[in-house]
Ligand binder design. Sequence first.
Ligand SMILES: Cc1cc2nc3c(=O)[nH]c(=O)nc-3n(C[C@H](O)[C@H](O)[C@H](O)COP(=O)(O)OP(=O)(O)OC[C@H]3O[C@@H](n4cnc5c(N)ncnc54)[C@H](O)[C@@H]3O)c2cc1C
Length: 391
Amino acid sequence: MLENSKHIIIIGAGIAGLTAALSLRHFGIRTSIYERSPKIISAGAGIQLSPNANRVLSRIGVLKEISSVSIRCHGVKVFDYKSNQQLALFDYMKFKGNDLFYFCHRADLVGILYAACQKLEIPVYFNKKVEKIVNNKAIFSDGEALPAELIIGADGLHSNVRKTIADEAKPVFTRQIAWRSIVPNSIKQGDFSHVTLAPKRHLVSYPIKDGSELNLVLIKEQDEWQPDGWKHLEDPRVVKENFKDFSGGTAEVISSIENVYKWGLFRYPLKQSWYNDRVILIGDAAHPTLPFLAQGAAMAIEDSFVLASKIFEFSNSSVAFKEFRRERFPRVQRVVLASTKNAHIFHLSNIISRRVFQVSLRFLSKFFPHLLVKRFNWIYDHNVTNKHYSS
Ligand SMILES: Cc1cc2nc3c(=O)[nH]c(=O)nc-3n(C[C@H](O)[C@H](O)[C@H](O)COP(=O)(O)OP(=O)(O)OC[C@H]3O[C@@H](n4cnc5c(N)ncnc54)[C@H](O)[C@@H]3O)c2cc1C
């Protein structure tokens, strides 16, 4: 184990950074976090937390609280946009009853992680934007140069720390944009996530908070992404126009959208190198993941625990980092590829392929419902906590 006198700093107080600090403390290792924003970011959006992430959150002692502000997800229902008919049911309660799937509000998740850090007196410094890392020193925009034994880059998609590790690869626009909104749950959608499929588009909705609100993610294929940056306020009329051919309850919730943000979805080639001698990346900074399996944050949470366990296990940071990458790369690569593939399946536009897909989905759902759920066991049954030391 690295000595506690050694100074480990984490850049970014998002899901990855806060979970990493708590995981390291779980193994008895002290850290401090440096965040560019003036306070914890409490983005107004939902997040699905799957069992593979929840095992980590349980091990670091925050799951009970998260469950108290979340809705237990019973499964996923898939619909056709036009007929509004149900094409499939992924029944988690029936086939994975012991596993915990949650719908949570991001602000609640990040707030609970932050409060846990505060309780453990893990320092979180705000208004500290890292510009670059030079000779194992974090250089902040206010001019401070902070030396550290280890630097964990948890600074998200547009990571500055990543630039230290290797030449920046150009992000590729996936020709897809995402809109996010929270609307009243006027259709009384229950404890299932709804995925409504359409040619070149889909919509995911699930209840959050006390069930009175619905989190919506609407995705559409689009050739161009003009605005600079990646997150923008959108005119709700644009979304309504793009999804006006949806029917039933889905149409009702779309019509109630008032505040909506849009994102361009970019894919970064998966970087082979995630570390150098003293600096390592986790979460979106290492491997941005498209949202089509709802696994980006889950991968960040898994990363955090595995990295902490490796730092605990190996006193030599190069060995710890090498072991971390050896364990995480194949897992993350498989999730990133599967997420990308899902985008294609969700948006089939050729009428014959769509028909074949829908008929097979219906058939499987009716006669072999357990197989539908089993297909994703490799994601949800993964348990990064069971092969590592516990304190
Ligand atoms: C539409 C959509 C829906 C999604 N739904 C899900 C879902 O349901 N389930 C799921 O698991 N994942 C989901 N994801 C993915 C998930 O949001 C991300 O993978 C996750 O937030 C990554 O966490 P992170 O901590 O690595 O990065 P971030 O959440 O981006 O946090 C990075 C932090 O670092 C800070 N920072 C950035 N630069 C600097 C700097 N230079 N100096 C200091 N601080 C800095 C930022 O302010 C921020 O606080 C979704 C993504 C999208 C786009």
